[in-house]
Write a protein that binds this ligand. Structure first.
Ligand SMILES: [Zn+2]
Length: 246
């Protein structure tokens, strides 16, 4: 098993150029969720993430997998893909939609430009880079699928940004039987795998300063500090129920 693990890791490392190329395409493919302020208006028949879903679907096919579209309408599908053996199932789940570009964004939001080793663009951090990781993990793992002791279930879901409780995305898949014994959600955060997460508590608050993901410590990146706001515990993803403003 150690030998296989080494080969898988080497394969992932070798595909770095392909990974970056694909991530650039994914970030350039708009999937901005227009219902951030009014999730109840979200429709399963509006093709918000369709182009991104098709891109992922085609890449999975190119890799040699058999993806499926699963959704309430063909205009707004989730993408699912499973491989491995009977046994326990490990889910990798991530959302295809993004928030709108931040006001005052200093790069073109869909340019996926790389500067000083970092790729910039709407949704690159949250969470198209993670979707890209799932894909290339699957690509590297696929030749060894018979050595797996269970099943890998990849889920690329829609409509998660506004409330993370959409009936069309993860909830829909769960209700359709896409269940697992464990799940990894590659949301940005502390660079550690944690077993809990802060819950959602939504309200409107207007502040001025640098835009920052709620899973990260405000002010990271060395930007000038104005009034910055990080809803969470500041250490990110360390436990449910914690809440502070800083
Ligand atoms: Zn997210």
């Amino acid at each position: 098993m150690e030998r296989i693990k080494k080969k898988v890791l080497e394969k992932i490392e070798k595909s770095k150029t392909e990974q970056i190329k694909f991530l650039k395409r994914l970030v350039s493919t708009r999937s901005v969720n227009p219902y951030m302020k009014d999730p109840a208006k979200s429709s399963p028949r509006e093709p918000v993430e369709l182009k991104a879903a098709e891109l992922i679907f085609n890449k999975l096919k190119e890799i040699g997998l058999s993806p499926k579209f699963e959704g309430l309408s063909p205009l707004r599908p989730n993408v699912v893909c499973q491989f491995g053996k009977k046994g326990k199932t490990l889910i990798f789940n991530g959302h295809l939609d993004t928030v709108p570009p931040a006001q005052g964004c200093r790069v073109k939001p869909f340019s996926a430009v790389i500067k000083a080793g970092k790729l910039y663009g709407v949704g690159s951090l949250d969470m198209k880079a993670s979707l890209c990781c799932y894909l290339f993990m699957a690509k590297a793992l696929l030749p060894y699928k018979n050595h797996l002791k269970g099943k890998i279930s990849l889920q690329f879901v829609i409509d998660e940004e506004p409330l993370a409780a959409s009936p069309f995305g993860t909830k829909y898949l769960l209700e359709r039987g896409y269940l697992g014994d464990a799940a990894i959600i590659g949301e940005p955060g502390s660079h550690k795998i944690t077993i809990g997460n802060k819950g959602g508590y939504r309200f409107e608050l207007e502040v001025f300063g640098s835009p920052v993901h709620t899973g990260r410590l405000a002010g990271m990146g060395g930007e000038k500090r104005g009034l910055e706001c990080d809803i969470g515990n500041g250490k990110s993803n360390q436990g449910p129920g914690e809440f502070s403003l800083s």
